[in-house]
Design a protein around this ligand. Structure first.
Ligand code: FES
Length: 108
């Protein structure tokens, strides 16, 4: 695994998220209580852009059909709904994050 510099620690305040492109992947970087977490940025159901999703603590809600993921682990917490029927989303990939000398690195 290789750690790649993504942003500066000061670029992302508590409760904020940002989408970064690392090694050809779109990754969502989130600051929850001043700890940084990284997951895939697209929902595993139909590719909803999680950067546009609502962040509730460590949970992010997909803007398309409402599936909920825990950004700390990438785990699916609750399936969303499409026409009142539950969708089938899977867990997100999550990536290790390392802070060093004021920079945020993501392990790929
Ligand atoms: S695209 Fe995210 S729940 Fe459907």
């Amino acid at each position: 695994m290789e750690y790649v510099k993504a942003i500066k620690v000061s670029d992302l305040k508590n409760g904020q998220k940002i989408k970064v492109a690392i090694e050809g992947r779109d990754i969502l970087l989130i600051n929850v209580d001043n700890k940084f977490y990284a997951t895939d940025s697209k929902c595993t159901h139909m590719g909803g852009e999680l950067i546009e999703g609502r962040l509730e603590g460590s949970h992010i809600v997909c803007p398309k059909h409402g599936s909920i993921f825990d950004v700390k682990t990438g785990k699916l917490i609750e399936q969303g709904k499409m026409f009142k029927i539950r969708v089938k989303a899977d867990d997100l990939n999550s990536y290790p994050v390392m802070l060093r000398d004021g920079d945020v690195f993501i392990g790929i």
